[in-house]
Design a protein around this ligand. Structure first.
Ligand SMILES: [Zn+2]
Length: 234
């Protein structure tokens, strides 16, 4: 590989996660998103909390975990939430070729569509990391890439802590926010319960990602565009 190509590749890899990719936002809403599940204990409890709060969310599931817990995947759909694709194995982005990524996306998409009988066109890359080659391949797969701009960093919190509460208390919602949490940790449950008790101003604005991005059934390949700087997470 030429020096110029090496530099260009390194630059794109460094820039894309931070300068990526959320389709156009046309509503006042915000979206709560939960990654890395389904988890056999935490995801059902989170679904209970979301039901109590009367709130819609979006779950970016890992295919191999969803395959072990198909009944939970089905319940996420039955409860009225949106499901997105977060690869099959959550493999390390820098050790995953574009071809392997697409194989994982297809395998996970097929599982989601088989279990829920719904098409799945939302994709979130592990750690929010993409290269140009992967980005173009995902476009060919008609995937809408969804990152986030509000990172609770719940994946760094000790399991027994309630560090998520100060985040929820201090959160100032802005139109189009996409909030990152993880349903393979317990903190998302605490967050939803706190928001339900203390922050009706937040929950009343929550929508699915497709609602937020105004993606209709005929508009699943909407051109992604840069909306704001996004941070990386797990
Ligand atoms: Zn993840």
């Amino acid at each position: 590989m030429s020096l110029i190509r090496q530099i260009a590749k390194r630059t794109l890899t460094a820039l894309l996660p931070r300068d990526a990719i959320v389709a156009r936002v046309t509503s006042e809403g915000i979206a709560l998103t939960f990654d890395d599940g389904p988890h056999p204990e935490f995801t059902p409890r989170l679904l209970d909390s979301l039901n109590t709060a009367g709130t819609t969310a979006t779950f970016f599931v890992v295919g191999e975990r969803a395959a072990r817990h198909r009944e939970i995947l089905q319940r996420i759909a039955d409860d009225g939430h949106e499901i997105g694709n977060h690869t099959w194995s959550h493999s390390e982005p820098r050790e995953t070729s574009a071809r392997k990524l697409i194989d994982e996306v297809r395998r996970t998409r097929d599982l989601i569509e088989d279990v829920t009988n719904r098409e799945c066109h939302l994709f979130r890359p592990p750690k929010g990391e993409l290269t140009l080659r992967k980005l173009l391949a995902l476009r060919r797969e008609q995937q809408t890439i969804v990152l986030w701009n509000q990172d609770t960093k719940d994946y760094r919190m000790p399991e027994a802590s309630d560090e998520i509460v100060p985040w929820c208390r201090g959160y100032q919602p802005a139109s189009g926010d996409i909030v990152l949490m993880h349903d393979n940790h317990p903190h998302a449950i605490t967050a939803v319960e706190f928001l339900n008790n203390e922050r009706s101003d937040v929950l009343s604005r929550c929508q699915s990602v497709s609602q937020l991005l105004n993606l209709s059934s005929g508009d699943r390949t909407a051109s992604p565009k840069i909306r704001r700087t996004l941070c990386t997470g797990s």
